[in-house]
Design a protein around this ligand. Structure first.
Ligand code: SF4
Length: 708
């Protein structure tokens, strides 16, 4: 018998971590453990990385929160009943809104929340709290690629083709992505591609595990990827590699791009980026002469104050070569977080309503308000992107109360010390999580919520494929699901008066269902007709296949694994070029801060590390932060391997052991961002924002390094 006395149970589900959403089977074993087995699914094809194998370790972890915590007058977080915790939250929200208005309350979500939760959170903010202030940590993930995709193609779907197409493309260009470390099972598709004789080219300032497998590695100075892309297009033009027929028939705006890239002489770009002309030429030729070719970007190209323009430069290159819509070809973005894609489609973003609708579009407001049973005029307008929101907390014009679901901005936000001090200055901070994250440690109220294997729902992976997350067991006593928490709060906020800003119509229990299947049915109606149309996606349909690709407007019609074969969802049906120019990093190096600093991930840790730092096997594999330095730089600084070093920027510093490696440029240092405290990489990073996407410049700032 199992722990429950019932026959062994199992659930076919997906890994809780990254956007690859590897398929796995969870099994209750006789000795009370939960066993993880990979399963055949198109994205992972029977593979898992170390994080996936150990994902169930947190379900019964001793650090698991199983009771609400409320801060007492002495400043200590103490166990409390749910009623006391919810009352404290609602009292606090009412007090703040009465004194400072509806927008004095804000909500911060996460890219790991299911579609149902992301949808319910957006609705909760706008209907129950009636605040314009909601955004989420996905803003720091793929928002630059999302904005560039929208303006070029009229749609933002990470990969507009199934991942399996990677294995059949002739030339694969990866820009600022290291899937061998961040999404190892994805490399099975790359292995296929190489085995078929395909070429792999990687653009990365570090010789990463992925770059080591490449035929060609371009190692530009951080922040010069845009110039590299413009130089590649320059070469493609001068060597006659452009698909003129495609450009004429399927695109608009090429002339301005042609004139702009004419300025990007390869020799000039070599001086700027350090990438040799010969490598630029080889790359342009490999892309331009291939039968099929793909260009994929990720955070390395996107997390810049010019991230949208950088992605546009690679989209321009793909369009000029006639790639989008061609078999096994195109441009795509490798989304990072588990539901980074779905999380941005259902209303967690400050400027969007479900279905990827613009919140300032009257028709969109009318449609969604109709589904929610409220007057469109009562729906708040757009808020501000994530960092601006957090940086405004507690300021005279900013929110004074914040509810955080599934995020840990104390570790993950840029210029993190400043964000931490903003959070400390709030009248009310509420965190819903299943572990005491660094952000939860600052909260007035912490709510213990269910984990991935304890609730049903859907996720949308990096391909735009909607998947079923299935529960293996119910949450432990004392733990509630996020949907239940939102319903509980909405019901209390709806209680007879005294908040004049409460929702306008309908009993709260109907407006905030706790059954994810009911929420998904409502999400389908809300998304119908939008860019991300889920109207034809049902749980039954997902289960009858390996997921369903959006857009899928008709329950009886096909889904959309491949986009752009005949047309683009723009007003003219053509894709749009955008002429873009290189700009220096927001913070150039100088005599005081002479080195470039960049951040990233390691294989055994994930995001802010709240979860993975608590898994024994992962902690053993990657126990602490480090600073990667080139040996030549280390010699100049008098630093040996393992010496504690101090990395200082204008905003703060981190301390961690040095790790010497010839794989990084001598003018650049790297640190992973998974650790809090002294090793917190985001103490150093720059909060300069992309003007279009609101993406912070995580990937480059100026630092000095010395032995600590
Ligand atoms: Fe999980 Fe991503 Fe690893 Fe797959 S690659 S097992 S989804 S963390």
């Amino acid at each position: 018998a199992t722990r429950t006395g019932q026959p062994p149970r199992e659930a076919e589900t997906h890994c809780p971590y990254c956007a690859l959403q590897c398929g796995m089977v969870l099994r209750d074993t006789d000795d009370g453990r939960i066993e993880v087995q990979p399963r055949q699914f198109p994205t992972n094809r029977g593979g898992l990385c170390q994080k996936g194998w150990t994902a169930a370790d947190l379900l019964d972890h001793p650090d698991r929160l199983t009771t609400p915590l409320v801060r007492d007058p002495s400043g200590t977080l103490r166990p409390a009943t749910w009623a006391a915790a919810l009352d404290r939250i609602v009292d606090g929200l009412r007090t703040v809104q009465r004194a400072h208005g509806r927008d004095a309350v804000a909500v911060f979500g996460g890219g790991g929340l299911t579609n149902e939760k992301a949808y319910a959170l957006g609705k909760f903010a706008r209907v129950a709290l009636r605040t314009r202030h909601i955004d989420y940590n996905g803003r720091w993930c793929m928002s630059s690629a999302a904005a560039a995709g929208l303006r070029a193609f009229g749609v933002d779907r990470g990969l507009p083709f199934p991942l399996t197409d990677l294995g059949r493309t002739d030339t694969l260009l990866l820009v600022g992505t290291n899937p061998a470390e961040t999404m190892p099972p994805l490399m099975r598709h790359v292995t296929d591609q190489r085995a078929r004789g395909g070429r792999l080219i990687v653009v990365d300032p570090r010789l990463t595990a992925t770059a080591r497998q490449a035929d060609l590695h371009l190692q530009p100075l951080p922040g010069t990827d845009l110039a590299v892309a413009n130089a590649l297009l320059h070469i493609a033009l001068t060597e006659g590699l452009i698909d003129r027929e495609y450009v004429a028939a399927r695109t608009e705006g090429f002339d301005a791009v042609r004139r702009t890239v004419a300025e990007y002489w390869p020799a000039e770009v070599e001086r700027l980026s350090g990438v040799p002309v010969a490598d630029l030429e080889a790359t342009a030729r490999a892309l331009g002469t291939a039968g099929s070719a793909m260009i994929l970007t990720a955070r390395g190209a996107e997390q810049h104050a010019k991230g949208v323009d950088t992605v546009s430069a690679y989209v321009n290159l793909a369009l000029a070569l006639g790639l989008p819509g061609r078999p096994h070809s195109g441009y795509g973005c490798l989304t990072g977080q588990g539901n980074g894609q779905g999380g941005r489609e259902h209303g967690q973003k400050s400027d969007q309503l479900p279905g990827y609708r613009k919140i300032d579009d009257p028709a969109a407001r009318a449609h969604v308000a109709g589904v929610w049973g409220v007057d469109p005029a009562e729906l708040p307008g757009p808020g501000v992107p994530a960092y601006q929101l957090l940086d405004s907390l507690g300021t005279p014009d900013g929110p004074r109360a914040l509810l955080v679901f599934g995020s840990n901005p104390v570790v993950s936000a840029p210029r993190a010390a400043r964000v931490e001090s903003r959070l400390r200055g709030l009248d009310l901070l509420v965190v819903a999580d299943f572990l005491r994250s660094e952000t939860a440690e600052l909260a007035d109220v912490v709510l213990p919520v269910a984990q991935w294997a304890e609730e049903d729902g859907t996720m949308t992976n990096l391909e735009g494929r909607v998947l079923r997350r299935r529960a293996l067991r119910r949450p432990p006593p004392g733990v509630r699901t996020d949907l239940t928490v939102l319903a509980d709060l909405a019901a209390r906020l709806d209680a007879p008066d005294p908040v004049p800003t409460g929702p306008a119509a309908g009993p709260a229990v109907d407006r905030f269902p706790t059954d994810p299947r009911v929420v998904f049915a409502e999400l389908r109606r809300a998304s119908a007709g939008g860019v991300a149309d889920y109207a034809g996606v049902s749980w039954e349909r997902i289960e009858s296949a390996d997921g369903v690709f959006w857009p899928c407007p008709d329950p009886d019609g096909p889904d959309s694994p491949r986009l752009f074969a005949d047309t683009f969802p723009t007003p003219t049906g053509r894709a749009r070029f955008h002429a873009v120019r290189h700009r220096p990093a927001a913070e150039p190096v100088c005599a005081d801060y002479p080195l470039h600093f960049t951040t990233g991930r390691v294989l055994a840790q994930y995001q802010s590390g709240t979860q993975t730092r608590r898994v024994d096997a992962l902690r053993r594999a990657a126990p602490h932060g480090f600073v990667e330095l080139h040996p030549d730089l280390a010699t100049r600084l008098g630093v040996g391997d393992g010496d504690e070093v101090r990395v200082a920027s204008r905003r703060g510093e981190l301390r961690a052991p040095a790790r010497l490696s010839p794989t990084i440029r001598p003018d650049t240092v790297f640190a992973p961002f998974h650790w809090p405290g002294a090793a917190r990489a985001n103490s150093v990073t720059n909060d300069a924002l992309d003007p279009v996407s609101g993406m912070p410049e995580f990937k480059i700032c100026a630092v000095r390094v010395e032995r600590a």
